[in-house]
Design a protein. Structure first.
Length: 385
């Protein structure tokens, strides 16, 4: 079956999905005078997306500047720096070419450029964006979901805590699975795990809706079917189409119902150790924390985990093993120690989770008031070192 392109609108974002979707960018930049292109150092060029976007800008006689400083688990200072560049250059729009890190920095900078303040004002909700510079997200991974939702995650450079908050929706998003074919295998796996845990946590967060359950189930099913195919044949575009689709609808799911304990604790860990890829961190600690999530929402958790292993007997005791076996089945068996994380870092991460009032409140409310023990959490995470 051919990979069908399509378009749809979610909230404020027009999503152009499928092969050659980036061609639709031409209609958005026509008539603009100055645009800022935001990328990391390697991925945008390696994927071919940067050259495609530059050709579109030149074809429309749009002057552009290139901000290429984005890194994984980006510090909040990057968004402040980009915002200054946007104002100095006089950019009328931002084109973010990358995964969640690139798109999230662009969102926050676009908010600062119009509304003032600093990145930390938006991360902590001290300031709300009334409007933003238009952000056009050219997505390069199948994990973030940031191209379709309002959230951005950055690391607070004053505290070292990584957290997210609602900032703004992209004006338009472009999901071409061809751009994911250049990802290294670790990134293929770990961005997919990010989408998997987006779905699992959004659906099991207290107060989630049947709509979120439906999106999560479709996402988990697509990942279960297609990640093994992508792992065994990295140059096949078909499984990437469906993994990117799963990521996109998981991005909508977390816009409707946020993530809970697995994302909250991993965000702190990868804030403390930026070399830990976010999705890899989720795949490592997710199995240890899944019993807590399952206890808070057993019915939904059971439905989702059975998509990963239809023959499994699902319970709080087995939930983590199901997730762990799925990760191992596609070749992922890393542990926290492989990224230089030991007991001291785990202790600090758990301490920060309970001492940061914003994070502590999220942990409490998103699991429906389920009691959490600081020492027990440290033991669970230490078991993954």
């Amino acid at each position: 079956m051919p990979l069908k392109p399509f378009e749809w609108v979610y909230s404020c974002t027009k999503i152009h999905y499928g092969p050659s979707s980036e061609e639709s960018l031409r209609g958005y930049v026509k008539g603009l005078k100055k645009v800022m292109v935001v990328t990391g150092r390697v991925a945008a060029k390696a994927s071919g997306a940067l050259d495609d976007v530059i050709a579109i800008l030149k074809g429309n006689n749009v002057e552009f500047a290139h901000f290429d400083k984005i890194v994984s688990n980006p510090p909040s200072s990057l968004a402040d720096e980009l915002a200054s560049n946007l104002k100095e250059f006089g950019a009328e729009a931002v084109i973010a070419i990358g995964g969640g890190s690139t798109i999230d920095v662009a969102k926050v900078a676009a908010a600062i450029a119009v509304n003032g303040g600093t990145s930390l004002d938006y991360l902590y909700g001290r300031r709300r964006a009334q409007s933003c510079l238009p952000v056009y997200a050219v997505n390069l991974t199948h994990g973030t979901g940031s191209e379709v939702n309002r959230y951005a995650n950055l690391t607070d450079v004053t505290r070292g805590d990584k957290l997210g908050n609602e900032v703004c929706y992209p004006r338009a998003a472009f999901d071409d699975p061809r751009y994911t074919l250049s990802m290294p295998m670790e990134q293929v796996l770990c961005t997919s795990f990010d989408a998997l845990y987006h779905a699992y946590e959004a659906a099991t967060t207290y107060g989630s809706s049947p709509l979120v359950w439906t999106l999560a189930e479709d996402s988990v099913r697509r990942i279960a079917e297609n990640l093994p195919l992508a792992a065994s044949n990295p140059k096949d575009e078909t499984p990437r189409y469906w993994l990117m689709y799963a990521s996109m609808i998981s991005g909508v799911a977390i816009d409707l119902s946020p993530t809970n304990i697995i994302h909250q604790l991993e965000n702190i860990l990868s804030g403390l150790v930026p070399s830990l890829p976010h999705g890899c961190g989720l795949a490592i600690i997710g199995p240890a924390l899944a019993p807590i999530v399952h206890s808070a929402s057993p019915e939904v958790s059971t439905r989702l985990l059975r998509l990963l292993d239809p023959s499994a007997s699902v319970s709080a005791e087995t939930a983590g093993n199901i997730l762990k076996r799925f990760a191992e089945s596609v070749g992922f068996n890393k542990r926290l120690g492989d990224y230089g994380i030991g007991k001291d870092t785990v202790r600090e991460a758990v301490r920060r989770a309970f001492s940061n009032s914003v994070i502590a409140e999220r942990l409490r409310t998103r699991l429906g008031g389920l009691a959490l023990d600081e020492q027990k959490l440290m033991e669970l995470l230490n078991s993954m070192i």
